[in-house]
Design a binder for this molecule. Structure first.
Ligand code: HEC
Ligand code: HEC
Ligand code: HEC
Length: 144
């Protein structure tokens, strides 16, 4: 029974650690509520159901990239709609703000996709939809 104080101390430290996110947020006066994202400027739904997109948009983008870059296919039919498989021309036609949509969520989640090294943030374009539709990442090899 000589170990009892140590066991108690260990328990207290353990509880402190596992509840860290709760009291840390309270002490810092913040909450872990999800960030406010820009609403899509058009469309009632995303190209696939929103829950699926929230979790798997990167898979969709990678699939699109492979279709375009490797298989030279540009159009995809989803339900009764046909889309151009393009990050800038399609996704960013509805989600127009990289800063208030993609970045906001990625900063919150701590991810930093490198896509923007080559693909253009439409906010940096002045010409609007026409210019966006004509836009392609500059020529060269895709990285993956
Ligand atoms: C026709 C317009 C349209 C297109 C094109 C589109 N989306 Fe969406 N997307 C929406 C709508 C509407 C929602 C539901 C939330 C809202 O109203 O903003 C949504 C939701 C999402 C969400 C979940 C957001 C959340 O609130 O959790 C992600 C992530 C997303 N889209 C990514 C993409 C990506 C990546 C592409 C391209 C592959 C894309 N979207 C193409 C309209 C679109
Ligand atoms: C609702 C939150 C949310 C929104 C909005 C969102 N993302 Fe993401 N994205 C994530 C999360 C979380 C991950 C990391 C997932 C993982 O690692 O499993 C991620 C990962 C990615 C990845 C893979 C990066 C990597 O290094 O693995 C790409 C590419 C990506 N997002 C593109 C986009 C683009 C483009 C937009 C805007 C059109 C966007 N995302 C909007 C939450 C979001
Ligand atoms: C080194 C430069 C580079 C990087 C980094 C890069 N891409 Fe690309 N990407 C290209 C090029 C070049 C093309 C072919 C452009 C074309 O033919 O329209 C392309 C095409 C695509 C396409 C289909 C065409 C389009 O208009 O979008 C998708 C989708 C795509 N990339 C997604 C991504 C995603 C997602 C990332 C980040 C995880 C990424 N790319 C990172 C250069 C790059």
């Amino acid at each position: 029974m000589r170990d009892r104080p140590w066991i108690l101390l260990g328990l207290v430290a353990f509880l402190g650690l596992i509840t860290f996110p709760i009291w840390y947020n309270q002490a810092a006066g913040t909450t872990s509520a999800a960030p406010e994202l820009q609403k899509a400027v058009k469309g009632d739904t995303c190209i696939y159901p929103t829950d699926y997109m929230r979790a798997s948009h990167m898979d969709v983008l990678m699939r699109w990239r492979d279709e375009v870059v490797r298989n030279d296919k540009r159009l995809v039919k989803i339900g009764d709609k046909t889309y151009n498989m393009s990050l800038t021309s399609t996704c960013m036609d509805c989600h127009t703000s990289k800063a208030d949509f993609c970045d906001k969520c990625h900063n919150y989640a701590g991810v930093k996709p490198y896509c923007w090294d080559c693909h253009v943030d439409p906010a940096l374009l002045k010409g609007g939809a026409g210019e966006r539709a004509a836009l392609r990442a500059p020529g060269g090899q895709h990285v993956d």
